[in-house]
Design a binder for this molecule. Structure first.
Ligand code: PRP
Ligand code: URA
Length: 212
């Protein structure tokens, strides 16, 4: 039995405060989008604690200084379309040099199975530290499929960042990809009969883009 990577909940007061507003059904489209960006940025700040540093010397106006800067593998931010796109926007403010990839998946409303319609990824994704982004981890079908696509291209260091996760989705990712760390702003109670997260925040894509 392989070791299962951890589930990390970012229990920071700012994240939880913004998440409270995000969940509110009266939050408008513009605020919802802004909050998704802000929460994603704050989550990434914590999720990137493991990034290695190297010591270098820079000349300040006064004297040489030994300083630390990021070293090692480069980053790839991979959005599961559509809703993962706003998470990319937020996180790029922290790591503007990261490469960005897109995996187009939607859930079939009847079967809830993921349907792939698009795929454009950095050619060197196998060498990068990958953050897979989707605000919602419900049945886990979309995340499991996206991780399989990334692993098929050789990606090895994959972390899944979702704003909300249901126990069912977490179990599905653990079952299929036990090596993938899951980072959430909150773990919710369950799924309802339509595969929506309870209490959740509704349909993330529709609330971000004002569609229905
Ligand atoms: C939502 C969400 C995830 C998926 C989660 O996308 O953004 O991608 O559902 O559900 P799962 O864990 O059961 O697979 P949706 O299919 O609504 O597509 P959209 O982002 O285009 O709205
Ligand atoms: N996708 C969403 O956008 N919301 C859910 O609650 C479940 C899947």
């Amino acid at each position: 039995m392989p070791d299962t990577a951890p589930v990390t909940v970012i229990d920071h007061p700012l994240v939880q405060h913004k998440l409270a507003i995000l969940r509110d059904k009266n939050t408008d489209v513009r605020s919802f989008r802004d909050l998704c960006r802000e929460i994603s940025m704050l989550m990434a700040f914590e999720a990137m604690r493991h990034l290695p540093l190297e010591e270098v010397t820079v000349e300040t106006p006064v004297a040489p200084a030994r300083v630390r800067r990021l070293s090692g593998k480069k980053l790839a931010l991979i959005a599961i379309l559509r809703a993962g796109l706003v998470m990319v926007d937020g996180i790029l403010t922290l790591v503007p040099a990261a490469r960005v990839g897109h995996i187009g998946l939607y859930r079939d409303p009847q079967t809830l199975a993921p349907v792939q319609y698009y795929n454009k990824l950095p050619s060197d994704v196998a060498e990068r530290d990958v953050f897979l982004l989707d605000p919602m981890l419900a049945t886990g079908g979309s995340a499991v499929a996206a991780v399989s696509i990334l692993k098929g291209l050789g990606a090895k260091a994959i972390r899944l960042l979702c704003i909300l996760g249901a126990p069912e989705g977490i179990a599905a990712v653990h079952e299929a990809h036990p090596d993938v760390e899951i980072i959430l702003a909150a773990q919710d109670e369950r799924l309802n009969e339509h595969g929506y997260i309870v209490p959740g925040l509704g349909d993330a894509g529709d609330r971000i883009y004002g569609t229905r």
